[in-house]
Design a protein around this ligand. Structure first.
Ligand SMILES: Cc1cc2nc3c(=O)[nH]c(=O)nc-3n(C[C@H](O)[C@H](O)[C@H](O)COP(=O)(O)OP(=O)(O)OC[C@H]3O[C@@H](n4cnc5c(N)ncnc54)[C@H](O)[C@@H]3O)c2cc1C
Length: 417
C-alpha cells in the first residue's frame, strides 16, 4: 500500500510546487494481483476506488507510465455536463453528474465540483433547431436543459457580446444548470488516496509494455518496466494510447489519437460566472478559482502522440473568444498545453468486455471524458467485478463496430471538449 504525506501535499500547495511524483513514493509492484488497471488517470483510479469500496476487491494495482493524473485528467478544461442527445449517452453522462454531486463527500476530498451552469450558444438557424431538439430530448430523459433568448443569455453571462452586428450574432442558447466544472487534479488525487487507503497499489513510472495471454487465450498478466505482473483481470484505461496497449494483446481498436490543446489567461478578478461554449465560432471558456480564464482549443487536423499541438489552432481559438467576448481583447495568455485523446468513428466511448477473456477496456472518450470520470469509473468497476456490463455501459461495446449499432453523438458535442 502507498500513502502520500499530507504534510508534503500542504507544503507543495503552499509553495505552488506541482511535483506529484515527489508526493507519492515509488512503490514496487507485487508479483501478482487480482486486477491490474493500466493507466492512473481519473477513470483508472476511480475504477480502483469503486472496486475496493463497492465490490470488496482490493488486491488491485493501478499502473502508470508517468505520474498519476499526469495524462488528460490533469490537462483538461474540466467541463461537466450531460445534455447529450441520445438516450444511451444521456444516461451515461447523467449517471456521472449524479456521482459528481456527492464525490467530495464520498472521497472526503474536495474536488471543487461547481454547478455553475453550461451555456451553449446558437449563432444560426441550424444551431437553434439542433439545440432545441437537444432540450426536448434531454427533458424526456430527465436531464435539465432550457432555452435562453439573447438577452437572457447576456443576463446570465454579462461579458457576452449580443450585438446584432457581430459576425456570428448570438441567437440564443441552451443552458444546463446542473452542469459546471471541477478541479481536475483533485479528482485524480481524491480517488488515488481513497483507493490507496483501501489497499490498492498505485505504481508510477512503470510503462506497461505488453499484455500477455495464456495458451487458452485468456489474460495472464502484463509486462512492465518493473517486470512481469501476473493478473487474472486486466483493464486498459490508457487514453490516447489504448490502441498501442491493446494491440499487444492482439486486439485491434477502432481509435485514432489526436493532440488537443487548452490555454489559460493571466489571473483576473471574478468576472465569468458560468461556462460558455460555442460550436460555430469554436470556443469554450470558464474562469478558474485562481482567476485564470480557462480556454479550450480544438484537436489538431492530423493524428499524433505529441502532447503539444500546433500553434494555428491556438490563434483561431483566441480569435473566437475575442469575437464573442470583445471585453477580453487585451488580455494576455499565461500558458498553453496539450493532451492526447483517442477518438472512435462514432465519437462515443468504448467501455466493457473484449474478445479476450479477462481483458476489459475503457477508451474513446475523445475530447469529453473528464465529465464522465465518476460514471465511467463506476461502471468499469462493475464490469470488471462481475465480468458483464452494467446496464448503463452495456450499449458502449467494442462489438458495435462489427454489428453497426453505433451511437453517433458527433452533433451533440458543441465543440471539442
Ligand atoms: C486540452 C484538453 C481539454 C479537455 N477538456 C475536457 C472538458 O472540458 N471536459 C471533458 O469532459 N473532457 C475534456 N477533455 C478530455 C478528458 O480530459 C479525457 O477524456 C479524460 O481525462 C480521460 O481520462 P482517463 O483517466 O481515461 O485518461 P488519462 O487521464 O489520460 O489517463 C490515462 C493514463 O494512462 C497512462 N498510460 C498510457 N499508456 C500507458 C502504458 N503503456 N502503461 C502505463 N500507463 C499508460 C497515461 O500516462 C495516463 O496517465 C479534455 C482533454 C484535453 C487534452
Amino acid at each position: 500500500m502507498t500513502h502520500f504525506s499530507a504534510l508534503s501535499l500542504l507544503k507543495n500547495a503552499l509553495t505552488g510546487q506541482k511535483n506529484w511524483q515527489a508526493q507519492w513514493p515509488d512503490s514496487q509492484p507485487k508479483s501478482e494481483y487480482d486486477v491490474v488497471i493500466v493507466g492512473a488517470g481519473g477513470h483508472g483510479l476511480g475504477a480502483a476506488h469503486y472496486l475496493a469500496k463497492e465490490h470488496g476487491i482490493t488486491n488491485v494495482a493501478v499502473i502508470d507510465k508517468g505520474w498519476l493524473g499526469g495524462g488528460n485528467t490533469g490537462r483538461n478544461t474540466t467541463i461537466i455536463r450531460s445534455n447529450y442527445l441520445y438516450d444511451e449517452s444521456a444516461k451515461l453522462y447523467d449517471h456521472a453528474v449524479d456521482l459528481w454531486e456527492g464525490l467530495s463527500q464520498d472521497l472526503n476530498y474536495n474536488v471543487m465540483f461547481s454547478r455553475r451552469g453550461v451555456l451553449m450558444l446558437a449563432h444560426n438557424v441550424h444551431d437553434v433547431q439542433s439545440f432545441q431538439r437537444h432540450i426536448h430530448s434531454n427533458r424526456l430523459n430527465g436531464v435539465d436543459n432550457r432555452w435562453l433568448t439573447p438577452h437572457e443569455a447576456k443576463e446570465f453571462c454579462p461579458p457576452l457580446n449580443i450585438s446584432p452586428n457581430a459576425r456570428y450574432p448570438v441567437m440564443g442558447g441552451a443552458l444546463q444548470m446542473r452542469a459546471g466544472t471541477a478541479r481536475h487534479d483533485a479528482v485524480a488525487w481524491g480517488y488515488a488516496r481513497s483507493a490507496s487507503q483501501r489497499g490498492v497499489d498505485i505504481i508510477q513510472n512503470c510503462p506497461v509494455t505488453a499484455i500477455r495471454r495464456g495458451t487458452d487465450g485468456s489474460v495472464e498478466g502484463v509486462e512492465t518496466a518493473k517486470g512481469f505482473i501476473r493478473a487474472k483481470k486486466v483493464a486498459v484505461s490508457a487514453a490516447g494510447h489504448t490502441s498501442v496497449v491493446m494491440d499487444s494483446a492482439g486486439v485491434r481498436m477502432p481509435l485514432e489519437s489526436y493532440p488537443l490543446q487548452a490555454l489559460v489567461s493571466e489571473p483576473i478578478k471574478p468576472i465569468f460566472p458560468c461556462v460558455v461554449m460555442s460550436n460555430t465560432v469554436h470556443a469554450y471558456i470558464s474562469q478558474s478559482d485562481k482567476g485564470e480564464l480557462v480556454i479550450g482549443s480544438g484537436t489538431d487536423q492530423y493524428t499524433s502522440y505529441s502532447q503539444r499541438g500546433g500553434l494555428p489552432l491556438i490563434e483561431h481559438t483566441v480569435a473566437a473568444i475575442c469575437e464573442i467576448f470583445p471585453i477580453f481583447n487585451r488580455m494576455r495568455m499565461l500558458r498553453k498545453w496539450g493532451g492526447i485523446v483517442d477518438v472512435t468513428p462514432d465519437r462515443s466511448p468504448i467501455l466493457g468486455t473484449t474478445p479476450v477473456p479477462g481483458l476489459y477496456v475503457n477508451c474513446g472518450w475523445g475530447t469529453g471524458g473528464f465529465k464522465a470520470t465518476p460514471g465511467a469509473a463506476h461502471t468499469l468497476a462493475w464490469t470488471i467485478a462481475k465480468g458483464t456490463p452494467h446496464d448503463i455501459n452495456a450499449p458502449f461495446t467494442l462489438d458495435r463496430f462489427r454489428t453497426g449499432r453505433l451511437i453517433d453523438e458527433a452533433a451533440a458535442a458543441a465543440v471539442a471538449h
